[in-house]
Design a protein around this ligand. Structure first.
Ligand code: NAP
Length: 342
């Protein structure tokens, strides 16, 4: 089969299509899924650069999510059959024509989404839903600040927060992203955080009270300043640190990364009465998938009732995977990048 194999870390060009053996069932708990689309996540960029601690040992096929049709099932598989359309959530392996999974790594496809929307669903919408609904326990009329609001996770969070009745502010780095947030997502407040101090804008928007919730994924100063935006009893959900970049060959980059990694000061948390919540969807899928399924059902109800759909920035063929990574790294995407495999 055709697959992208990560043999060495480096620039996007290290990602190359290879012919590798097609996986087959070796244990009766397994299934084989023929993938037609894969979602590209920021975590894939980190994996490629050797900066994602959750990635397996190289060489491996990258890719955390995808959409496809079940080709074969082992005798012990109870809930799925050949021909079922499914979403795959895996530690790796969706940049390929076929993937071998267990039942824990798949969920039924969303029947009112297109195949490419299904590939764009899990990492962004499930993370956002767990963060808002289960962890931050948001309530209607609360105010939320979504950092990097025009990225895939950011858009999902803006859409869901609005559907849950929150007032939503979001940041982004480019004028076209700000226009998108205002015009297409009808966000309450869009802030270009490269040009403006978002703390001032948020304090003005909230009459100096601060926001009830922040969804934070950027790290560095953005994380520190986000804490300053919280109201008393506010909650910040931290899901990543996109701005952190380092190379073991460059000691200065390591010092900078060490400085910028989000850290919490518990004494300050007590003094100012706020909460910091951390979330990793992939880990939850492996440890607590059963708990995630009712949350997913609730999420699908919200999505259906509010006619929410994933925003897809670009669909690249598998051969153009380096271009897909480059688009994310240069911060050009508005929404999800998808790889067409079949
Ligand atoms: N914990 C979890 O389970 C989980 C799940 C999904 C995603 N995440 C995390 O959430 C974040 C967003 O993921 P995503 O897949 O939605 O990515 P994405 O669509 O590419 O969005 C990332 C955005 O981050 C912003 N950004 C800020 N500094 C950046 C930098 N130095 N380089 C590149 N982008 C930068 C960019 O928006 P601006 O240009 O507007 O600043 C960019 O569009 C990532 O940190 C990812 O690891 C975590």
């Amino acid at each position: 089969m055709r697959a992208i194999v990560l043999e060495k870390t480096g620039k996007p060009e290290v990602l190359k299509v290879k012919d590798v053996p097609t996986p087959d069932i070796t244990n009766q708990d397994e299934l084989i899924v023929k993938l037609s689309y894969a979602g590209v996540n920021y975590a894939d960029i980190l994996s490629r650069k050797g900066q994602y601690s959750w990635a397996p040992k190289r060489p491996y096929v990258p890719g955390l999510e995808g959409y496809g049709i079940i080709e074969k099932v082992g005798n012990n598989v109870k809930n799925y059959h050949p021909g079922d359309k499914v979403i795959v959530v895996a530690r790796n392996g969706t940049y390929a024509e076929y993937i071998k999974v267990t039942e824990e790594q798949i969920i039924p496809a969303v029947d009112f989404f297109s195949p490419e929307q299904n590939a764009a669903f899990a990492a962004s919408y499930m993370t956002s839903m767990v963060g808002l609904y289960q962890m931050a326990r948001v309530r209607p009329r609360e105010k939320i600040l979504v950092q990097a609001a025009a990225g895939a996770l950011g858009i999902a969070t803006v859409q869901l927060a609005k559907a849950m009745g929150l007032k939503v502010a979001g940041t982004a780095s480019r004028p076209e992203k700000i226009s998108f947030l205002k015009e297409k997502l009808e966000i309450d407040l869009a802030i270009n955080y490269v040009e403006k101090d978002f703390r001032k804008e948020i304090m003005q928007w909230t009459n100096n009270r601060g926001v009830d919730v922040v969804l934070e994924s950027v790290g560095g100063k953005v994380f520190k300043n986000s804490i300053d935006c919280l109201s008393p009893m506010g909650r910040i959900v931290v899901v990543g640190a996109t701005s952190i970049n380092y190379s073991f060959l460059n000691p200065f980059s390591l010092i900078k990364a060490w400085r910028d990694i989000p850290r919490i000061n518990v004494i300050k948390m007590i003094r100012n009465s706020y909460g910091v919540l951390g979330l990793h969807l992939g880990w939850l899928f492996t440890k607590d998938k059963e708990e995630l399924m009712p949350i997913k059902d609730q999420l699908l109800k919200i999505i259906k009732n509010n006619k929410i759909a994933p925003v897809i920035d670009t669909i690249f063929p598998l051969e153009k995977i380096a271009e897909a990574h480059r688009r994310i790294e240069t911060r050009k995407n508005i929404g999800k990048i998808i790889i067409k495999i079949g």
